[in-house]
Design a protein. Structure first.
Lengths: 426, 145
């Protein structure tokens, strides 16, 4: 394992050095007006900027990826995984209409019948600009809910793993098909969005994963149920504030099938509500983030009755994070434009904060995570990360063990994970 | 003090401190709403009276038939510079934040001089040639970098 890791790190540095040298050559050739990836696209036509704005068509290729090593101290196991490699392709038809997409490969490969790995469109939408400050998107896109869902590049969050609250309570990257209106006011530094998307599907809800498995993600999505989502962001000095909300039906069935399962159908039938708020601060290397989110499924008992998937009536999560760039005040030339960020994050979440009468409480779904670590940026778009995560959960409910293994070790409510990872974006 | 009381107390202090910062930041921002000038270009030239900057060092300029807003900033030496509010990564419009510019598409940020402070953007913001002639700020609609 050590040798594999060593080879991986050497390969990464070799790749970085090669890429850096390549960039330098481009710069020397005076072609530094585009990113290297953009220059790889043949026949891109004119640069988007002209005396008249973005009136010329062009194609942009870009992307991001992340790889990690994780050691599970309690289980005495370790894994290394190319978590995701994502390719962006965008095309600007003219100054008003553009296409944007993200194609993702998760866990390095996908094989027929395999349980892991995924190839999927993370986004694919058309963007229609109404004016410089307002536009409409139509297609498969990521609603503005939480921090990570919209901005999920590994260079944009501290830690090898995305915050657990933004994986389990707000399942990133949560995309659905719909139409969204985005804008920003001219008088104040305030942005807003409202969107209509297809709803989630409660038939696929799984105990222990919130509503994550109910996302339809653009694949023959049931559209008898819809959802409305909206968000407002406000920028004040070095602060950024956001509130967002989601309200949608979860029964993706026609009325006859829904009636037979005693589920309420229709646009907002068997509803799900989500409310989220977050704060971000950055100034002179010091960063702070805090987020809170609450999800409510008032008709969870109906869903459990229909599908026996033991979903909760309410779940919530919150985290706060403090970070600092240790190289912020360095005067040495060699540390210029580099970052060494230390951070600590505390997260708490409960996937069954309230359960219906026909639900079974699972203490392991009430969790706290304390994460502390480092992120080194040799250049702004490449990061090498390392952290330690301390997990604490509630006790296991023996009623949920259908076929208990007589040789199983007692459930440990505390665990430690050591993570090392790399990430890039371009 | 048990652990629960400690966590409750700590959270209370954090909320109180954050609320203080929050209120001061909000009040600070309310003092300086974004000034917007709506105009049009003639022969690829934009003309704005210098007097528009009598009480402000920053104006947002929206041009008819132009795809992005412009940020015109007055420097300490009395000169002016103009940034185009478009992200150099994927061509998405930028949002003016308190002291910087932000791209909602991938999270790139730029400082008030247009330098990249966070990727994925790699190139600084486009700047337009800006000069003062006869008490008018003349902006040439052509990228200079």
């Amino acid at each position: 394992m050590d040798r594999i890791l060593l080879n991986t790190v050497i390969s990464i540095f070799f790749f970085s050095a090669t890429a850096s040298a390549q960039k330098s050559n481009w710069d020397k050739q005076g072609q530094n007006s585009k990113t290297p990836a953009q220059q790889l696209v043949a026949g891109t036509g004119e640069d988007s900027m002209s005396a008249y704005g973005a009136t010329h068509s062009r194609t942009v290729i870009s992307g991001y990826g992340e790889l990690y090593y994780q050691n599970n101290i309690d289980q005495k196991t370790a894994v290394v995984d190319l978590k995701r490699a994502v390719l962006f392709v965008g095309h600007q038809f003219n100054g008003r209409i553009a296409f944007f997409s993200e194609l993702e490969v998760e866990d390095a490969k996908v094989e027929a019948g395999g349980a892991i790995g995924e190839v999927g469109m993370e986004q694919a939408y058309l963007k229609f600009s109404l004016n410089p400050r307002q536009y409409i998107v139509a297609g498969l896109f990521l609603p503005r809910i939480g921090i990570v869902n919209e901005n999920h590049l590994p260079i944009n969050f501290n830690g090898v793993e995305r915050p657990l609250v933004e994986q389990l309570i707000i399942p990133s990257t949560w995309r659905e098909i719909g139409v969204g209106f985005y804008g920003q006011t001219t008088a104040l530094p305030l942005t807003y969005t409202v969107a209509v998307v297809n709803g989630v599907n409660n038939a696929n809800f799984e105990h222990g994963t919130g509503f994550q498995a109910g996302r339809q993600e653009g694949q023959l999505a049931g559209a008898t149920n819809l959802a409305v989502t909206a968000a407002v962001q406000y920028f004040a000095g070095n602060w950024k504030f956001q509130v967002s909300g989601y309200m949608g039906g979860t029964t993706a069935l026609g009325p006859r099938a829904a009636d037979s399962l005693q589920l309420e159908s229709g646009i907002f039938g068997t509803p799900m509500y989500l409310a989220e708020g977050d704060i971000q601060y950055y100034n002179k290397g010091l960063s702070f983030k805090a987020l809170g989110c609450n999800v409510s499924l008032p008709d969870a008992s109906s869903i459990n009755r229909a599908y026996a998937n033991n979903v909760a009536t309410q779940m919530y999560g919150a985290y706060a994070e403090l970070g600092y760039n240790l190289l912020q005040t360095s005067k040495k030339q060699k540390w210029q434009h580099k970052q060494l960020n230390i951070f600590a994050r505390y997260e708490l979440l409960d996937l069954n904060a309230k359960i219906p009468d026909n639900g079974v409480y699972d203490g392991t779904e009430k969790q706290t995570h304390l994460v502390a670590g480092l992120g080194y940026f040799p250049i702004p778009n490449v990061v090498i990360k390392a952290d330690v995560r301390l997990l604490h959960t509630g006790p296991q409910n023996p009623d949920l063990l259908v076929n208990p293994n007589p040789n199983a070790l007692p459930y440990n409510q505390n665990n430690t994970f050591i993570n090392i990872g790399i990430g890039y974006s371009f | 003090m048990n652990r629960k009381d400690f966590i409750k107390g700590s959270c209370g202090v954090c909320i109180a401190v954050s609320s203080g910062f929050l209120m001061s930041a909000l009040l600070e921002s309310c003092k300086t709403p974004l000034g917007v000038i709506k105009t049009a270009a003639q022969d690829n030239l934009v003309s704005i009276p210098v007097a528009e900057f009598a009480n402000s060092d920053y104006k947002l300029v929206r041009l008819r038939n132009y795809d992005y807003d412009l940020a015109v900033q007055k420097n300490k030496d009395g000169s002016f510079e103009t940034l185009v509010l478009v992200c150099t990564h994927a061509g998405h419009p930028l949002t003016k934040t308190g002291n910087s510019y932000y791209c909602t598409l991938h999270g790139s940020t730029f400082d008030h001089e247009g330098q990249v402070t966070k990727g994925p953007a790699e190139k600084e913001m486009y700047k337009l040639n800006t000069q003062i002639k006869n008490d008018q700020i003349i902006i040439q609609l052509k990228p200079i970098s």
